[in-house]
Write a protein that binds this ligand. Structure first.
Ligand code: IMP
Length: 181
């Protein structure tokens, strides 16, 4: 087993490129079946989801559109706390079948706060396609219709996911080495 050193942390191999591709193809097949004739609009959340979104979208063989957004959080009022806004959402999602593409759901806070804003714009439907979910870490409920892998509460990197900006280019997924936390 070959370990990977990124800055001060040591990672070990977790999911191979072939494992990932298998799940991505399965998710695309389910979406192709469920959205035929509905011209879904995929909204990919950058940066982490760029590789997942690209591979998934290549396997979508029905008429579909995609756009890319970034989420930014800023301090709101005392009652609203942190507010999450979308940067770059220039598509009208009213009456559209929307599928959000996200790399990982950890605590669920980001999507839990952002999704109601999209619901507000009255899409015809709104579902999530997520590559990785850490159920043990999730504190804010999010309902994931298309999920690649349910994983333990361990920090992972590769395939778009970073540790302090590094590791996004690795085609496999690594996890923090046991005992290295
Ligand atoms: P949440 O709001 O806690 O669900 O956080 C989601 C975001 O945290 C993801 O979009 C990632 O950018 C980041 N994140 C959470 N867990 C990991 C991880 O294990 N590796 C890399 N990034 C992570």
């Amino acid at each position: 087993m070959s370990f990977l050193q990124v800055k001060d942390k040591t990672f070990e191999p977790y999911l191979t490129a072939s494992d990932i591709n298998g799940q991505v193809q399965r998710l695309a097949a389910e979406i192709n079946r469920d959205y035929k004739g509905k011209r879904p609009l995929f909204i990919a959340i950058l940066n982490g989801s760029f590789m997942f979104s690209s591979d998934l979208f290549k396997a979508v063989n029905i008429e579909a559109e995609i756009c890319f957004i970034k989420l930014a959080s800023y301090k709101g009022t005392k009652s609203t706390g942190q507010v999450i806004t979308a940067i770059g959402l220039d598509m009208d999602i009213h009456d559209r079948h929307v599928i959000i593409l996200e790399d990982i759901v950890d605590t669920g806070k980001t999507l839990n706060e952002f999704l109601p804003q999209l619901h507000h714009q009255q899409p015809a439907s709104l579902e999530l396609a997520v590559l990785l979910h850490k159920p043990e870490a999730t504190r804010y409920p999010v309902s994931i219709k298309y999920l690649g892998f349910s994983i333990p509460d361990k920090f992972v990197l590769g395939y778009g996911l970073d540790y302090d900006g590094l590791g996004r280019n690795i085609p496999e997924i690594y996890k923090l080495k046991e005992g290295a936390e």
